[in-house]
Design a protein around this ligand. Structure first.
Ligand SMILES: NC(=O)c1ccc[n+]([C@@H]2O[C@H](COP(=O)([O-])OP(=O)(O)OC[C@H]3O[C@@H](n4cnc5c(N)ncnc54)[C@H](OP(=O)(O)O)[C@@H]3O)[C@@H](O)[C@H]2O)c1
Length: 327
């Protein structure tokens, strides 16, 4: 290995052009970690929030952006026995994915699913860990239940639609254009709602109410979500694209026995994320290896053009995942 690597850093909080190529030392694997030579790095909305100064990385994480990557393991830290140098993996990262090398806990790596390329594999970890832990573990989605996901064409949304459909739920999705709605239907949604033309509350109430809603919008959507829930329904909040503050009458939570919850992945413990990885390997990786579920790919940019990748994401013109080619 050479001692330094190319990476993209956030030079200061701001617009996409604050992302600049730089040179950094190649990370060393800590106890229980591996170092991956990165082939591709997935781009996620939290990277854009971090770049804008709205989502600080945990204190012990790399300041470089990038929460997921694929590539080849090139170094093993003490105590790592489950992987070997040369293994091809995709991995959830504490940060640092926009770089030629990255260190991450060995237990946050997963094998590249059979028949899948490294480009597609790089786009799995962040949304699959998030959707699995919020929709199935926290939200307890069951076969036959009505599931509503907002932002259905997002990286998170395209994953949530496919997994909920694969596990037998009835999927409703909202999105901001007819093209995006068509993509949601292709992925297994029984109803896609263009929120610019239609009222998702009316549509869900007419269907009997949502048993589970996965929401990233927040703001005015919060009281609407509560109206759209069936009795005993659950609302899982994973982001607040329209803000976290709203005036809310909690009486319905009590009278209709609703559950309001949420989580964010990044600050969780290594052990908690390892448990999610284990669940995914058992329950979801066979679906990826069989091709029943696959990441929806929007576009690829070279590492040096990370700023253009962020601009594409923030335009919200994309459907599915944006990826950086690193090697
Ligand atoms: N809690 C967690 O652990 C966790 C983990 C990963 C991601 N997230 C969050 O999940 C969300 C999706 O992430 P992603 O990487 O999949 O992002 P993404 O692909 O960029 O999707 C976000 C989508 O949200 C919609 N949107 C954007 N701005 C909006 C606004 N102001 N109001 C309403 N809708 C808006 C857009 O679709 P339309 O055109 O259809 O509006 C956009 O495509 C992000 O908010 C991210 O921060 C949370």
């Amino acid at each position: 290995m050479t001692e330094t690597m190319r990476a993209v850093e956030i030079t200061k909080p701001g617009a996409p052009d604050v992302l600049q190529l730089t040179t950094r030392p190649i990370p060393e694997p800590g106890h229980g970690q591996v170092v991956i030579k990165v082939a591709y790095a997935g781009v996620n909305r939290p990277d854009a929030l971090q770049r804008a100064g709205a989502y600080a990385p945990p204190l012990d994480a790399s300041d470089l952006p990038g929460l997921e990557a694929s590539g080849e393991i090139v170094a093993l830290g003490a105590g790592v026995s489950e992987w070997s140098v040369g293994d091809k993996v995709c991995a959830l990262l504490p940060g640092g994915g926009y770089a030629e090398y990255v260190a991450t806990p060995a237990a946050h790596c997963l094998p590249v699913p059979d028949g899948m390329g490294l480009k597609e594999a790089a786009c799995l970890p962040e949304t699959f860990f998030t959707v699995w832990s919020n929709v199935f573990t926290r939200g307890g989605l069951k076969a036959g239940e009505i599931f509503l996901v907002h932002g259905g064409s997002s990286g998170i949304g395209t994953t949530a639609i496919q997994l909920a459909h694969a596990f037998g739920a009835r999927v409703f999705a909202t999105a901001g254009s007819d093209d995006k709605c068509a993509a949601c239907l292709d992925l297994g949604a029984e109803r896609a709602i263009n929120y610019r033309d239609e009222d998702f509350v009316e549509i869900l109430r007419a269907a009997g109410g949502a048993n589970l809603i996965l929401d990233m919008v927040g703001g005015d959507y919060i009281p609407c979500n509560i109206k759209a829930l069936a009795d005993d329904g659950r609302l899982v909040q994973i982001a607040f694209l329209q803000g976290p503050k709203v005036e809310l009458n909690f009486a319905q939570m009590m009278t209709r026995r609703l559950t309001l919850t949420g989580s964010t992945l990044r600050p969780q413990s290594v052990a908690a994320k390892s448990a999610i990885a284990q669940d995914l390997r058992e329950a979801v990786w066979p679906l990826l290896s069989s091709g029943k579920v696959a990441p929806v790919m929007d576009s690829e940019f070279p590492l040096a053009e990370a700023a253009a990748a962020h601009a594409r994401m923030e335009s919200s013109g994309h459907i599915g995942k944006i990826v950086l080619k690193v090697a």
